[in-house]
Design a protein around this ligand. Structure first.
Ligand code: GDP
Length: 404
């Protein structure tokens, strides 16, 4: 008898990183890709070698202008990172990329806390119902203050930030975090190493207090989720985690992590949080066409995909799509539901920062780039010719972007 295998879509995370310009989104993305092994060298923003900002204009200006979708693997999951521009002038593109996300990381500067653009992009994510986790970055900087940053999140963005870590040390002396769920300390040793050790004695009382506060906040928000709460001296890690996952996915709470992209492996807990708390394509409502047709995240359903970025590259014209339902196969003919024209899928590419991997098929939930479509634009729906569906109203298009 064949073992029952779970739906592989459950291990996909389509996420974006939202931030005020300069909060560290590019650096955090770089470190995540580096840790997940998708890149073999570390990019540095200041020397223009980051892999997500591969456009020359971005290198020169040092800001992320054009969305790029990058895949990496973490803990048995495929994480598709859809880059969302932070610069206020490019907010239309932020909007486009939000459309195809299932979840997001909001990065904040540990000194500045919530800044005007973080607020603007947060409101947009609210509009699209995108579940988020927050990452308070740059805790190594002089003046960084996690509690103040969390307070600014509570005041300006969300009434229920739930902090799941306690920083160890401040500013220059910031050396790690206490994971309040596992009640373990993760300490960076400065040589790329990382140790999981018992909570240092001098932080034990504070960590217990914060863990207790976290449990209380969770049980207030999620009545019944912590049944153990009364029976046990402390709620188990698994129970707390499951409750936090529910609260994140319904948007009732925002899990807050902290750290520094400058510390070796400093964003590793963030990758864990993406997998733990943010939803898979199966956990979000099925997409609907303009006529109300439901397209489930099912590889056997009729194919429907939405183009969210088109760029001209050395590899050819790349149409980045989010596949919402069905399966796209190399060689398939698809219908452009807006124009009635057909488009052929010549190749399907999974984009991994600095390289492309060719695949034969892409399934519901996937983010891939297609080579072959000639006229598809941002906002174009590509679908099975026998089952037309329009995922976005026609007319919302923008020029093809050239990438050197
Ligand atoms: P983005 O505009 O949000 O993409 O931000 P960048 O990743 O380009 O970072 C802005 C600046 O902050 C750059 O000079 C980074 O090197 C710096 N930076 C990023 N993360 C950290 C951090 O954790 N600590 C410190 N001290 N600086 C950081």
């Amino acid at each position: 008898m064949r073992a029952r295998i779970s739906n592989p879509l459950a291990t996909v995370r389509n996420i974006g990183i939202l931030a005020h310009v300069d909060a560290g989104k590019t650096t955090v993305t770089e470190r995540m890709l580096y840790l997940a092994g998708a890149t073999h060298k570390r990019g540095e923003v200041h020397d223009g070698t980051t892999v997500t900002d591969f456009d020359q204009q971005e290198r020169e200006r040092g800001i992320t202008i054009f969305a790029a979708a990058v895949s990496c693997d973490w803990d048995g999951h495929r994480v598709n990172l859809i880059d969302t521009p932070g610069h206020v002038d490019f907010s239309d593109e932020v909007e486009r990329s939000l459309r195809v996300l299932d979840g997001a990381i909001a990065v904040f500067d540990g000194v500045a806390g919530v800044e005007p653009q973080s607020e603007a992009v947060w409101r947009r994510a609210d509009r699209y119902g995108v579940p988020r986790v927050a990452f308070v970055n740059k805790l190594d900087r002089a003046g960084a203050d996690l509690d103040a940053a969390v307070e600014s999140i509570r005041r300006r963005l969300h009434p229920a930030p739930l902090v799941v870590q306690l920083p160890i040390g401040r500013e220059d002396g910031f050396t790690g975090v206490v994971d309040l769920l596992a009640m373990r300390a993760l300490v960076w040793d400065g040589t790329g190493g990382y140790a999981s050790v018992p909570v240092p004695d001098d932080l034990l009382d504070e960590a217990r207090r914060r863990r207790r506060r976290l449990e209380e906040s969770v049980s207030e928000l999620h009545a019944g989720a912590l049944e153990e709460f009364c029976a046990e001296p402390s709620v188990s890690e698994a129970t707390l985690l499951a409750a936090l996952r529910d609260l994140t996915r319904t948007g009732e709470a925002v899990v807050v992590l902290c750290g520094s992209a400058y510390r070796d492996r400093g964003v590793e807990p963030l990758l864990d949080a993406v997998v733990r708390y943010l939803p898979s394509p199966l956990d979000v409502p099925a997409v609907r066409g303009q006529g109300g047709e439901v397209r489930p995240a099912d590889p056997d359903a009729p194919a429907a995909a939405l183009a969210f970025k088109v760029s001209a590259t050395a590899t050819g014209r790349l149409t980045y799509v989010r596949v919402y339902s069905g399966t796209l196969r190399k060689g398939d003919t698809m219908l452009d539901a807006g124009t009635g024209r057909t488009e052929r899928i010549g190749r399907i590419l999974r984009v991994q920062a600095d390289r492309h991997t060719e695949v034969e098929r892409a399934f519901a939930g996937d983010i891939v780039a297609l080579v072959g479509p000639k006229a598809a634009r941002t906002g174009t729906t590509l679908c099975a010719p026998g089952a037309p569906v329009l995922l976005e109203p026609p007319g919302a298009t923008e020029p093809v972007v050239s990438v050197a």
